[in-house]
Design a protein around this ligand. Structure first.
Ligand code: G3I
Length: 399
């Protein structure tokens, strides 16, 4: 079993948030932690300003933070109101899909940079920073890769991809998710590495190879390891955190170029909050995550909240508490993690409910659209917007 994370790094209270990830987390113990103050519901949210000095980007920057979101490139080109929303709120953007293998590599021979170039152009014309996502993943790989990659050619395929993609935008990127989601404890390896195509064909050194190639291709980008499912105060969450931190410690010890860790933060509003504190099970977020963030900081790395959203699957469809519970989840989670100075950026995985990826996932049992983000489908700021802004403001002096 990997060494335990150092104790005492944080004594955070345990928050009644479920952690959904894109692989739903198991429910944990139910604590009846009460929200420290009521969060306005979307029904009674005042129509105060949310742009200019009232925007998330400005409030985040006042406290040493970058705020931004993942951008849906189809929407960016087709929906002017969406583009305006991203422009008004964000200081940093990341492509939701446009910089993945699946989008960039229609064939083994060619690259299609149309959407990636469009995002870079949009960001640079609006003086935004850019995150790249992602250079190596087990998902969204084109069919030709799975068909033709072998132990003999996999290293070259990986190196060529990273050199070409990271090299194209060298000097223009804030950071790259170089390797995404490399840990899956359930796969049974002592080191917890996921049994991905890259591990099978190259071995565990694919991780070091990817980061070294990315550093050579773009010496200025902050090279990031990005992971989900490390938030929950559950046995599974702790096991995954331990496997991730052990991998990071090995990388740092071997001087693998690495600058930051992305905590994806796909969480869920716990029914305990929405339903006035009833005891329905909900996994927790708290001390384990803060110990992990402290351990990452002690390795000299930055921490980015890279993909935050709060799914509301567990909440009654039309109860007054639905949007308020989502807002409370944002505020409680961010007030917790922003307590550590290593956290330098917060990106939500989208910005308006209209384009959330969650509606293409298992979704709500009642089939209704999810409401996980900060603006509703009509582009109106929700209680979650004000809760996130409050959490930024609570951070105190810029760290
Ligand atoms: O663009 C094609 C379209 O041409 C085709 O007709 C359609 C139907 O097959 O698929 C479209 O591609 C979809 C793509 O999103 C763009 O909409 C893919 O099928 C679909 O799998 C892909 O889902 C994305 C998913 O990652 C897998 O890449 C989600 O939008 C995206 O939000 C999600 O994001 C991930 C992060 O990258 C990593 N962390 C977890 C997070 C949530 O799963």
């Amino acid at each position: 079993m990997a060494a335990r994370l150092s104790a005492g790094a944080a004594t955070a209270s345990v928050l009644p948030l479920a952690v959904a990830g894109h692989a739903c987390a198991a429910a944990g113990r139910a604590y009846a932690a009460k929200p420290r103050r009521a969060t306005a519901t979307s029904a009674d949210v005042k129509t105060e300003s949310v742009t200019g000095d009232a925007s998330l980007g400005v409030h985040a920057a006042a406290h040493g933070l970058l705020y931004g979101c993942a951008v849906n490139m189809n929407a960016l080109g087709a929906d002017a109101a969406y583009a305006a929303l991203v422009r008004e709120q964000c200081r940093i953007v990341v492509a939701e899909n446009a910089m993945k293998w699946g989008a960039l590599r229609p064939s083994a021979e060619g690259f299609n940079f149309d959407q990636a170039d469009a995002l870079v152009a949009f960001a640079e014309s609006n003086r935004m920073k850019i995150r790249g996502h992602n250079l190596v993943w087990h998902q969204n790989n084109p069919k030709w890769l799975e068909a033709m990659a072998t132990e003999a050619n996999a290293r070259e395929l990986l190196v060529t991809h990273i050199e070409t993609v990271a090299g194209r935008y060298a000097g223009r990127m804030h950071s790259w998710d170089v390797v995404n989601e490399a840990i899956r404890v359930e796969d049974g390896r002592a080191d917890g590495l996921r049994n991905s195509v890259w591990l099978r064909l190259i071995g565990e050194e694919y991780i070091e190879l990817a980061f070294k190639t990315a550093r050579e291709a773009d010496p200025q980008a902050l090279l990031t390891y990005n992971e989900y499912g490390i938030e929950a105060e559950t046995r599974e969450g702790e096991q995954k955190r331990e496997a991730v931190i052990e991998m990071l410690r090995r990388m740092v010890a071997r001087r693998v170029p690495l600058d930051a860790v992305g905590v994806q933060s796909h969480i869920a509003a716990a029914a305990t909050v929405a339903a006035g504190g009833n005891k329905s099970a909900a996994s927790q977020v708290g001390a384990g995550l803060m110990r992990f963030i402290a351990a990452v900081r002690e390795l000299g790395l930055q921490v980015f909240i890279t993909e935050m959203d709060v799914n509301d699957r567990a909440l009654a469809a039309d109860g007054p508490g639905r949007d308020a519970a989502v807002a409370t989840a944002y505020r409680q989670y961010l007030e917790l993690v922003l307590g550590d100075a290593a956290v330098k950026a917060v990106l939500t995985w989208g910005i308006t409910d209209r384009y959330t990826w969650l509606d293409h996932e298992e979704g709500r049992a009642d089939g209704k659209a999810e409401r996980p983000l900060l603006f509703d489908a009509a582009g109106k700021a929700k209680a979650a917007f004000f809760a996130v802004r409050e959490a930024f403001d609570q951070r105190g002096a810029a760290s």
